[in-house]
Design a protein around this ligand. Structure first.
Ligand code: SF4
Ligand code: SF4
Length: 415
């Protein structure tokens, strides 16, 4: 068995019971009843898959996987971000990837194969496979479908894990491509949630000069919907003084094309992004007015209009979401793994997550977490962490318990 960092408790490898669990329960968004979270099954499923993958990869492949960043990556609110591409040729002027060390030139497929990528996720102690496990978010640092066939291989291997998969894209998705994505979802009964980004018609030539134009992206929405998926408009970033006045026209067009809902998100600025926007004559007055400090750190521009925009989305007959995790959860028919319904940006969407109805039993939660080396005490809708075995343990606790973790200050200091 390969060694991983941070190490998982030995019990995770030795405690394998051989219990057969289904890879992913039958996928249907038609049901209004959310899938039950079974904490112990999540752990058993992880053990089983770890064994299977460990037996199927060569020593050389394992060596490559162990050193990959997906093994150590923290789970964020939107889930675990998975990279299909390195660098992005679309060069959007509001994009933060250059600030993160990526480039607008020389795009490459992510160097791991689909099978290796899936194994990397399994080796991450924060990751839980299965439909009620960790949300997967593809497209955070590049356009995922630049190398479509390579992306399909990766998508297929991730789908075998059964987790809710969400991708965000500006690529033109033809009807053939949409069918292929849908086929993967159907083959593995794995929900796939497409987010199609459109933020401006007026300024797309300036803001997203190298990306397919918004009209092509509306076609992507249509093609994805026709293929039987539930495409969602990704209305992010909302940039004060730049695109807020276009919200109505974007919602109208997206709805007409077949979008089922919209996820909104604010704008993160850095000095580099500000200078880029100024260099193409984008009006940045409002941006500067709303934030005191602009430097190399990514900072969110306050967006008090958020509530109003969410209401607008609802008025247009679309489902409004303030967080991508909720759109992914709705598509997968699972209670939100980030527990947004307890203390997150819940918009009371039709997923209708509910505490205490949709959270697992206290004892099951404690037993499952102990197998990951996490000691806790459940207190109603909270989970008190009694130790802090690895960085980012909070999101794993949220995922397994569907409750809100409380971390003592002493643990936070140690981190
Ligand atoms: S498509 Fe996304 S990752 Fe690529 S440049 Fe635009 S914002 Fe950045
Ligand atoms: S009901 Fe609330 S928490 Fe659940 S998915 Fe919808 S918006 Fe998110």
């Amino acid at each position: 068995m390969v060694q991983i960092h941070p190490p998982l408790p030995v019990s995770l490898f030795t405690g394998y019971s051989g219990a057969a669990t289904t890879l992913s329960p039958s996928f249907s968004r038609l049901s209004s009843v959310l899938l039950r979270v079974s904490p112990l099954e999540l752990i058993e499923n992880k053990l089983r898959l770890l064994r299977e993958f460990n037996n199927s990869l060569s020593p050389g492949q394992k060596e490559r996987v162990i050193n990959d960043s997906h093994v150590k990556r923290n789970v964020r609110w939107c889930g675990l971000t998975v990279h299909f591409t390195i660098n992005c040729p679309f060069q959007c002027s509001y994009c933060y990837i250059e600030d993160m060390g990526f480039s607008f030139s020389n795009p490459k497929p992510y160097p791991l194969s689909g099978r290796e990528l899936a194994f990397a996720l399994l080796l991450n102690p924060r990751f839980l496979p299965g439909r009620t496990g960790t949300l997967l978010a593809i497209g955070a640092v590049s356009e995922p479908f630049i190398f479509f066939n390579n992306a399909l291989d990766k998508l297929e291997w991730l789908a075998k894990l059964g987790n809710p998969i969400q991708f965000s894209t500006k690529q033109y998705i033809s009807s053939v491509m949409a069918e292929k994505i849908k086929n993967i979802s159907s083959k593995y009964n794995t929900p796939i949630s497409p987010l199609v980004t459109i933020i401006s018609f007026e300024f797309s030539d300036l803001l997203e000069n190298k990306a397919p134009n918004p009209e092509k992206r509306l076609d992507s929405i249509k093609n994805l919907r026709d293929a039987g998926l539930s495409p969602i408009l990704f209305l992010r970033p909302l940039i004060p003084g730049v695109n807020l006045h276009e919200v109505d026209s974007i919602l109208t067009a997206a709805k007409k094309a077949g979008a089922v809902g919209a996820v909104i998100g604010s704008f993160r600025i850095t000095l580099k992004i500000l200078q880029r926007l100024e260099s193409i004559d984008i009006n940045v007055k409002q941006i500067k007015r709303r934030i005191k400090r602009i430097d190399n750190v990514q900072r969110s521009i306050p967006l008090p209009e958020k509530k109003l925009i969410l209401k607008k989305i609802r008025d247009y007959g679309l489902i409004p979401w303030a967080s991508a995790c909720c759109a992914n959860s709705w598509t997968a028919n699972v209670p939100c793994p980030s527990a947004c319904f307890i203390n997150g940006p819940c918009t009371n969407c039709p997923n209708n997550c509910n505490y205490p109805r949709d959270v697992p039993d206290d004892k099951d939660v404690a037993q499952a977490l102990v197998r990951l080396g996490i000691k806790i005490k459940v207190k109603g809708s909270n989970v008190l962490l009694l130790n802090y075995p690895f960085r980012g343990v909070e999101m794993t606790v949220r995922n397994i318990s569907r409750r809100v973790p409380i971390v003592k200050k002493e643990f936070k200091k140690k981190e």
